[in-house]
Design a binder for this molecule. Sequence first.
Ligand SMILES: NC(=O)c1ccc[n+]([C@@H]2O[C@H](COP(=O)([O-])OP(=O)(O)OC[C@H]3O[C@@H](n4cnc5c(N)ncnc54)[C@H](OP(=O)(O)O)[C@@H]3O)[C@@H](O)[C@H]2O)c1
Length: 337
Amino acid sequence: MKVLVNGVGNIGTTLLQVLTTHRDLLGVEAVLAHKATVRPWDVPQLERLKGAGVVVVGDSFAAQASLADVMHDVDYVFDAGRNGGGLDRRRLYDEFPRLVGACAQGTEKDFGRPHVLGLGMDASETRHTFIPSCNTHSALAVLRTLTDGHLDDVLHGDFVVARRSEDIGNHERLVAGNVVARHLDPVLGTHHAIDADAVLQVLGKSLPIQSSDITTPSQFMHATRFSLRLASAPAVHEVQDRIERAAYVTSTQVFDSNKVFEIGRRFGLGGRLFHQAIFVGENLLVKGDTVSGWALVPQEGNTVLSTMSAFLQRAYGVAEADERIAALAEQLLVGPL
Ligand SMILES: NC(=O)c1ccc[n+]([C@@H]2O[C@H](COP(=O)([O-])OP(=O)(O)OC[C@H]3O[C@@H](n4cnc5c(N)ncnc54)[C@H](OP(=O)(O)O)[C@@H]3O)[C@@H](O)[C@H]2O)c1
């Protein structure tokens, strides 16, 4: 498979690092990257990616091919742009003669069918896949974990996302105070529950969930306060056991997001943590049928395994994809934290 990452920003670079580091495991024979806007200070980073074996293309990157020059070689596209122009880019990808499939991230929600790892979803028949945002991943991981996979046991789920204001590497929208997000849907609330609901609809489910969002003057990690009312009342040790057994999540004894972020910087590939959610394990509230607590959200990494799952399922079928994802998760997930 020859794959293209379109957009070399935060997520694009993370995907490129995973694709180049685990090239054999992912069955990737060539990794291409397209960067639309190349500023002088981007060039060393692009050279570094070239050193890792990435073929960098870009109209304004000196002496390199353009997207049109390589479109005949590309089997799969990982779109990593963020400007809401994903549908236009999808039309472009559809002109690639060998295209097997394409996926896009967080902001590009009309791009295709949603796919989240861990819910038994099948992207093998789907040419265009949408990978929902990091906080949507976290909410769905909390639902999956605390119900032990029995999503229908949710009688009510409430999520409050305490959002970090911007990526630590950006300088665009740091906020001075706590900024509340508008509830876009009168029942579901913010986009997190709206997007989670769209994922659940693919599974034929509709759960009574809602979300709110407050952006904080922090750059390290998002955190989600969850409160779930369940069909049966689990004991605290059962909740802890579910967290321990669930795939793609972990727990931490650390209460400070900067300290958890630092563990990722020290031990994660590219400084990232790849769990869908990190439960603050020794801080759960279990009262009768209601389980509440906090999960930290490793935003830059927690959608990557879903992204690779969408690609692998489309390229190799679900059974082989599951095997490869299990091996990749073994490599990427640093835990417990
Ligand atoms: N950052 C996270 O933690 C995170 C987590 C989960 C999902 N996501 C999703 O992943 C996608 C990419 O996010 P990101 O954080 O990687 O974004 P980013 O680094 O800020 O930007 C990604 C790319 O989008 C293009 N771009 C940036 N600003 C633009 C603008 N004003 N107009 C047109 N194009 C622009 C650039 O493409 P070129 O490189 O080609 O110039 C850039 O490299 C989004 O859909 C986001 O919701 C992000």
